[in-house]
Design a protein around this ligand. Structure first.
Ligand SMILES: Nc1ncnc2c1ncn2[C@@H]1O[C@H](COP(=O)(O)OP(=O)(O)OP(=O)(O)O)[C@@H](O)[C@H]1O
Ligand SMILES: [Mg+2]
Length: 480
């Protein structure tokens, strides 16, 4: 058998009460308490009426029986049965509630009775009365109704007994009628109460509903909605507090938006300045440093060929080798800073070069797929995608211990999707401390500036997938 638990019962009750609206709760409380009060009052009134009416019926029965007893003494003594019969018939007819009257002699024999279809002998024994008693009353069930049977000794029982049967049907009906009227009146007031309670719940819950609506709007970031103050009570105070809170939140939100806008502008400028600077240094390295090194290489080759000195050729060859290797390093550095091909031939060519150089250096094969629209994107977007892939590859090289990488760039009409997947060890912590690790944060910031989204899927030992989605519209201006 399951154990009864108050705690569970309380929880269940609470969940039922908590599941209905405040309006239903107030309505339920008023309806429930009104019904309870009305029913209790009706029951109490009914009981009181019944008791009072029954007492009156018995009183009437006793006084009629006593009257008959007083008036019949002489008639019994002279054995005037006709007179006796007249007396009880007259009494029976005069009182509507009297069902029967009969008189017994001192031996208990019936002298006269009002029963038309024979005297029911079982009545003789049901209400014996001792001579010294004032009267005796018992309630008799006739099968159709309840009758108070009253027995009064005549002349202290020495002459006989007068018996009268008085029904309480009429008083019972009167009590019921009264209760019916009261019930109708209660129903009328109950209906009035319900009407009033409906108005009350509307008055009470309307401002609450307004507050809930306003809170919902604030939760969705709309701070413009204001709750109307309905009254000077606690709910009115809550409405005022709510409006003040919305005002303050709106002010804070506008400050936050301004700051966010400033941060975006600043970040855009920093990134573009950084790219410009890289471009300038890369060009400088390419145009000036590389050219100078090439000239030195040319001169050295000439000197090597024309030199007459004994130890010259070996030394010149060594210097030439150092110059050539420095030239290669400078070219690589210029490429890493910013490949000129990105500005000249576009993203696809620059990525092909990046993948080739990366594969040669790391020995990890790159499975690259560039699908979709072939038009060139705007320069900023191309740089963004290039830098994202560059950072992802750099992470694979430094952290992933992967044996292969796949890169997908899908350029649709409305957005560009970039997916970089590796089969490495996976990230231990996909939300690293950005004070020390800036690569992924940089990707997120660049993606945010374009209104895109970044998703990192990784599991230890299962590799890492970086999904980037950037919205864009191919315009005539972009397709260069
Ligand atoms: N492909 C990957 N596989 C496994 N771990 C990775 C991968 N990419 C990033 N990580 C983990 O995430 C951390 C954060 O990467 P993030 O690029 O932000 O910083 P970083 O590479 O450590 O430093 P940097 O600022 O130079 O980029 C890395 O330190 C590494 O632990
Ligand atoms: Mg990194």
């Amino acid at each position: 058998m399951r154990e009864f638990s108050w705690h569970k019962l309380r929880q269940q009750l609470w969940s039922i009460l908590g599941g209905v609206s405040v309006r239903t709760k107030i309505f339920g409380i008023i309806l429930g308490s009104s019904l309870l009060i009305s029913l209790t009052l009706l029951l109490q009134a009914y009981n009181a009426f019944e008791r009072e009416f029954e007492f009156r019926v018995r009183e009437v029965g006793v006084s009629i029986a006593r009257d008959i007893a007083a008036r019949s003494t002489e008639l019994i003594l002279v054995h005037d049965l006709y007179g006796l019969y007249e007396l009880i018939s007259e009494t029976r007819e005069s009182f509507e509630d009297v069902r029967y009257v009969f008189i017994l002699d001192s031996q208990g024999q019936v002298l006269v009775h009002t029963f038309e279809s024979g005297f029911p002998v079982e009545l003789l024994d049901i209400n014996p009365v001792a001579p010294e008693e004032f009267q005796s009353t018992v309630l008799v069930d006739s099968g159709e109704e309840f009758i108070w049977d009253v027995a009064v000794p005549i002349f202290d029982g020495r002459v006989g007994t007068a018996r009268v049967g008085v029904t309480n049907a009429r008083t019972h009906a009167a009590a019921l009628g009264l209760i019916g009227q009261m019930a109708l009146t209660s129903l009328f007031f109950l209906a009035l109460g319900l009407l009033a309670s409906t108005l009350l719940t509307v008055v009470l819950t309307r401002p609450l509903k307004e507050l809930v609506k306003a809170a919902g709007k604030i939760a969705k970031g709309d701070y413009s909605y204001r709750v109307q103050k309905w009254a000077e009570d606690e709910i009115g105070a809550l409405a005022v507090a709510h409006s003040e809170m919305a005002e303050e939140l709106s002010r804070m939100d506008s400050i936050r938006r301004d700051r966010e806008e400033l941060r975006r502008t600043f970040l855009e400028r920093v990134i573009s300045a950084q790219e410009e600077e890289r471009k300038r240094i890369a060009r400088e390295l390419h145009d000036s440093t590389s050219q100078s090194l090439s000239s030195i290489s040319f001169i050295l080759r000439n000197l090597e060929a024309n030199c007459q000195c004994a130890s010259g050729p070996e030394n010149f060859a060594q210097i030439h080798e150092v110059v050539l290797s420095t030239l290669e390093d400078v070219r690589k550095l210029a490429f890493q800073l910013r490949p000129a091909i990105l500005d000249d031939l576009g993203l696809k060519a620059a990525l092909d070069q990046l993948f080739g150089e990366w594969q040669d250096r790391t020995g990890i094969p790159v499975d690259a797929a560039i699908v979709g629209q072939s038009q060139r994107l705007n320069g900023v977007l191309e740089t963004t995608i290039y830098r994202i892939i560059q950072e992802c590859l750099s992470n694979v090289e430094r952290h992933a211990r992967a044996t292969k990488v796949s890169v997908l760039i899908e350029s649709g009409r409305d957005e560009i999707i970039v997916v970089v997947e590796d089969n490495g060890i996976g990230m231990r912590n996909p939300t690293p401390d950005h004070r020390q690790h800036l690569g992924l944060l940089g990707i997120r910031e660049r993606v945010d500036l374009h209104g895109g989204s970044l998703l990192i899927e990784t599991e230890e030992g299962q590799g890492t997938s970086i999904f980037v989605r950037i919205p864009h519209l191919v315009t005539a201006g972009e397709a260069t």
